[in-house]
Design a binder for this molecule. Structure first.
Ligand code: HEC
Length: 163
């Protein structure tokens, strides 16, 4: 039984090493969690769910397919969209929407998009509406601050910046 302490010490050493590398099933380092990662996009509600706000939860791609701007061509919407843009978009996207707002330089990984560039020009009104509502990538959701008709008004003004 003289060898027992040595054996025990080596066994403990092996366990400690294995513990550090996280290879044992009971050494959870909390990397694997059921939480949804930010870059995985919006989690869709289970089938048959009812909305509490009256708005259907949908991805930006679903919005692009199904939503049309009800305020398209409305001069009053264009005017209110300009004011809302200055409050809610300009700090990041800049006065002319070119992605050069006051706080834009703080976004080091994915800076605010140039809203007058080819990429956003090619996006449908519904896609931009849903981007305002739900955010996307490093852009935060603004749906809590802007009501549906205000989002459409901003889309209307954004289109005028692209002219
Ligand atoms: C807090 C800063 C911030 C504000 C405020 C903000 N955005 Fe953004 N926006 C971003 C960033 C950052 C991106 C780039 C996202 C990415 O690529 O990960 C972006 C991207 C976009 C895109 C392109 C999305 C795509 O998938 O190509 C649109 C359109 C857009 N913003 C519209 C708006 C409008 C309209 C407003 C105002 C209602 C607004 N944003 C307010 C930061 C902001």
């Amino acid at each position: 039984m003289k060898r027992t302490p040595a054996l025990l010490i080596s066994l403990l050493a092996v366990l400690a090493m294995a513990g550090c590398s996280g290879s044992l099933p009971w050494t959870s380092d909390m990397v694997e969690t059921p939480a949804r990662h930010a870059d995985e996009g919006l989690l869709m509600p289970p089938a048959g769910s009812l909305s509490t706000t009256g708005e259907v939860t949908q991805s930006r791609f679903q919005a692009a397919m199904s939503l049309r701007n009800p305020l398209s061509g409305d001069p009053a919407a264009l005017a209110s969209g300009e004011g809302l843009f200055q409050i809610y978009c300009e700090p990041c996207h800049g006065a002319a929407g070119q992605g050069d707002g006051t706080v834009a330089s703080y976004f080091t990984m994915r800076p605010p998009a140039d809203l007058t560039g080819a990429r956003v020009r090619a996006q449908s009104d519904g896609y931009i509406y849903a981007t305002i509502r739900d955010g996307g990538g490093s852009m935060p959701p603004l749906g809590g601050s802007l009501a549906p008709h205000e989002r459409w008004a901003v889309v209307e003004y954004l289109r005028s910046l692209q002219q």
